[in-house]
Design a protein around this ligand. Sequence first.
Ligand SMILES: *[C@@H]1O[C@H](CO)[C@@H](O)[C@H](O)[C@H]1NC(C)=O
Ligand SMILES: *[C@@H]1O[C@H](CO)[C@@H](O)[C@H](O)[C@H]1NC(C)=O
Ligand SMILES: *[C@@H]1O[C@H](CO)[C@@H](O)[C@H](O)[C@H]1NC(C)=O
Length: 437
Amino acid sequence: MADVKVLVLLMFTLSVTCIRAKEKPPNFVIMLMDDMGWGDLGVFGEPNKETPYLDKMAQEGMVLPNFYSANPLCSPSRAALMSGRLPIRNGFYTTNDHARNAYTPQVIMGGIPDEEILLPEILKDAGYRNKIIGKWHLGQQPQYHPLKHGFDEWFGAPNCHFGPYNNKNTPNIPVYKNAEMVGRYYQDFVIDKQTGESNLTQMYIQEALTFLEAEASSGSPFFLYWAVDATHEPLYASKPFLGKSHRGLYGDAVMELDFGVGQILNKLMALGVAENTFVFFSSDNGAATYAKTHGGSNGPFLCGKETTFEGGMREPAIAWWPNRIKPGQGIDFCPGESIANVTTHDQVNNTAQPLLFHVGRDPGEKYFIRPHTSEYKQNIGGILSVVEDHKKHLVPGKPQLNWCDNSVMNWSPPGCEKLGQCYKGPPSNPQKCVWPH
Ligand SMILES: *[C@@H]1O[C@H](CO)[C@@H](O)[C@H](O)[C@H]1NC(C)=O
Ligand SMILES: *[C@@H]1O[C@H](CO)[C@@H](O)[C@H](O)[C@H]1NC(C)=O
Ligand SMILES: *[C@@H]1O[C@H](CO)[C@@H](O)[C@H](O)[C@H]1NC(C)=O
């Protein structure tokens, strides 16, 4: 009898544990870039392919190629992301000047109103621990700070990292750890505007990893808002990344942020919480095309930051959640064309029953000829015999496209000296080619 009781109790405990484990709310990680453009990621077509971690994240998750910010400028865009409401509703706009001036330099008095219910506030009520790392930009007066609006922890600054200032006409921007500042940009948190060197991204990565470690072992759900800003002028990167990209300091900043993305995703996996964590990557607005070589790329889209053209508001976006989000989603090879069993994302082996189209009456190849029809049967025989004949006489060459090596690209084609366009490639490192798209 006692044994039965113990067993029943054990089963009860186990089932409760299972239900708890199943019902444990997911963690959230939002990685929000600053002024990073749609065209800055390899997966979105950046030709140097210098974002391997983001490209991998895209491969493992879902790309959202038509994702928009609510505004082409940082503060209103961030206010909208946090509140779920358009800037015109949440107050992050101005009526006394052109709309593109609706941001929060340190002279601004306003900030996020108390009435706005921010994402971290909702999550806090649901038992989450929330941390913001990086740029807040929703008001620098203390009443507007992150810890007053749902966040439990903060490491970062209320404003952009502009400066250095002389602390006479203008103070240097403070960097906060939670409710108190722990230093200022250019004094304690170095950004060398000559070399572009700064360790800020590394600090932001470390802060994220430390938070994830602590939260994963605490067992309560968490929300990490990783609002890094190295791709916003003045651009910066730490020494190991300086000069590493083919795109100048901007590219270095992108590479370091990409590295950080990889660190965070790897940490989630190492901690065993990846399958219960929804990760979303995006940017606050389009690349600052006016910054020319100090800005990013909006790919094929017109203009950029501070404009309402596509380049200003269409953002790179990737969602990642192992075992929840099916890998490899969202890259549409035939945008706008969805034809059953023709434009499928999966590679289908049609060798046994080739698809046949009549390009005379159907040049768009929208309607394949059904295999059971006499038209198919009449034509396929002739086609297949031509194929067979061709195969018989075919002498295959040695495959040339199996191996890839970044060092063999057009780094220094003949004549490049005259144009000043000779570039140095990486050391040889042959690898089997992979085509993640
Ligand atoms: C970044 O950190 C390294 C290693 O601690 C240090 O040598 C370097 O001076 C730092 N750079 C800046 C710009 O603070
Ligand atoms: C598409 O293929 C599925 C099986 O893969 C089949 O059931 C369906 O009938 C096909 N649709 C058309 C329009 O041929
Ligand atoms: C495709 O199908 C053909 C015929 O059914 C088969 O011989 C061939 O091995 C298949 N190819 C692949 C890559 O599966």
